[in-house]
Design a protein around this ligand. Structure first.
Ligand SMILES: Cc1cc2nc3c(=O)[nH]c(=O)nc-3n(C[C@H](O)[C@H](O)[C@H](O)COP(=O)(O)OP(=O)(O)OC[C@H]3O[C@@H](n4cnc5c(N)ncnc54)[C@H](O)[C@@H]3O)c2cc1C
Length: 434
């Protein structure tokens, strides 16, 4: 019986393992946790969400919504499990993080075609069908061996994550529930700030102490995940027009719009934990405590998880990967997830799903068929395998990746055109490959 080896049971590896197993392929899934821990994972569960519990927009005229639509057309198993663990019915797919990874773990553990091996892998077998999906924190000997496998095109940079606070420690006389889109008003708690309060907060944040070290001095941050203190340093009002925007967040009792608003999002179904939206940070722990306590309603906040700095490791995909996600030099070795140069949870799930379809076709002696470039999945795969080698940075789903629009189609019509074309083409592709 044919067997595929997978290193890493994160979002990409779990989706790939389940997809292959469902197609009757034996899978050996190697996962280092819980024996060996990473700096961000907390459990031994598969597909643990390491930061936010939001899988982003569900609107299919939005890039992440469209990507999810495509994945559900292709039968993504992880997205299906995400829907079952959904805790908010607003415009985003926000999940109960524990339920989500627990259900995936159950599915994997109980699958007769998957052998789970809880081991940290150092060496890369070169002559078997293999998927490397060891994620952005890949380190040690495995990292060295990947470097050897792909050549020197092995890169890394740093990401920052948001703190989580205990719901019981929040002052509910000051905070209020409201969704700025008025759809799911129970999903977000809001901490309103007057201009004076914002000024105090701003002065503190721009002067607060961060983790230092010469590596960090050269951090080329990913623009979509800038630490809040870096964003603040761009100007007095940058945060007010960014993560602290009060737009749509008028106080339900007074009807007045605060000067700025810090939003908190529930981390679990029970709403016992809240994360601070957009507060990814590399401030020192003590400084984080002081900063959070300057926010109205959070003066006694108990911090359950601090914002942190993390390495984000990825290969220089354009020089080594094909758009099928396998190595140009070793067609039996595939990469998926953050390590392959995509950025984001749903993007990692996409990589797991597409690599599984391609591995399956390879094993069955069938041609590999590229995912059409007019789909969000295909556009991302095309980007990571074809973009500029020298300045390559991981990419997330975005509408800008979809081009070739007839002249004269503008605004929302343009989005609708992109969406309809993508859905049509992914459906046609599915009918050819599945
Ligand atoms: C700190 C941080 C915060 C992030 N926050 C977000 C966010 O809020 N939203 C978002 O969309 N994206 C976020 N990302 C980016 C990305 O979406 C996630 O990292 C996502 O989990 C990537 O999925 P993956 O499958 O590539 O890797 P992972 O989910 O990390 O899975 C990799 C797996 O491989 C295992 N592994 C590693 N090395 C070995 C080995 N040698 N042997 C065996 N097993 C091994 C690990 O234990 C892990 O389980 C974040 C990334 C980081 C680093």
């Amino acid at each position: 019986m044919q067997r595929v080896f997978i290193i890493g049971g994160g979002l990409a590896g779990s989706e790939a393992a389940l997809q292959l197993a469902e197609r009757g392929i034996k899978v050996s899934l190697y996962e280092q946790r819980p024996v060996y821990k990473t700096p961000v994972h907390k459990t031994g569960n598969f597909a643990e969400l390491v930061c936010s519990n939001s899988l982003k927009s569900t609107e299919d005229t939005n890039a992440h919504g469209l990507l999810k639509k495509e994945l559900s057309i292709l039968g993504s198993i992880l997205l299906d499990i995400a829907e079952k663990n959904r805790i908010s019915y607003g415009k985003s797919l926000v999940v109960d993080r524990e339920g989500f990874s627990r259900d995936i773990t159950l599915n994997i553990n109980m699958h007769p075609m998957i052998d789970v091996i809880r081991e940290r892998i150092d060496d890369i077998p070169r002559d078997v069908p293999l998927l490397i999906s060891s994620g952005p924190l890949t380190d040690g000997k495995l990292a060295q061996n990947i470097k050897e496998l792909v050549g020197s095109d092995f890169l890394h940079f740093y990401d920052a994550i948001s703190p989580i606070v205990d719901a019981d420690s929040l002052n509910m006389d000051i905070l209020y529930f409201k969704d700025r889109h008025n759809i799911d008003n129970d999903a977000y708690l809001n901490a309103p700030m007057t201009e004076k309060e914002y000024e105090r907060f701003y002065k503190f944040i721009v002067n607060a102490e961060s983790f230092k070290g010469h590596e960090f001095d050269k951090v080329p941050y990913f623009e979509g995940c800038l630490p809040i203190e870096e964003m603040a340093k761009r100007g007095y009002l940058t945060l007010v027009y960014g993560p602290l925007s009060p737009k749509g967040l008028e106080h339900p009792e007074t009807g007045k719009r605060p000067f700025a608003v810090v939003q908190l999002r529930a981390e679990n179904k029970e709403k016992t934990m809240y994360s601070l939206v957009g507060f990814q940070t590399r401030l020192k722990r003590k400084e984080q405590e002081k900063l959070i306590r300057l926010i109205p309603g959070l003066s006694d906040a108990k911090i359950l998880r601090y914002g942190q700095i993390h390495r984000n490791t990825f290969i220089n995909a354009p020089s080594v990967l094909t758009r099928f996600l396998n190595l140009k030099k070793h067609p039996n070795i595939f990469f998926a997830g953050q390590l392959s140069g995509t950025e984001g949870y749903v993007e990692a799930i996409m990589g797991g799903l597409i690599s599984a379809i391609n591995i399956y076709r390879l094993l069955k002696g069938k041609d590999l068929i590229p995912v059409p470039e007019n789909t969000m999945s295909g556009a991302l795969l095309s980007y990571i395998s074809n973009s500029n080698l020298k300045s390559f940075q991981p990419m997330n789903a975005n509408m800008g990746l979809l081009s070739n629009i007839p002249k004269g189609i503008k605004g929302m019509k343009r989005r609708i055109y992109k969406k309809e074309r993508a859905i049509k083409e992914i459906t046609e592709w599915k009918n050819r490959v599945l």
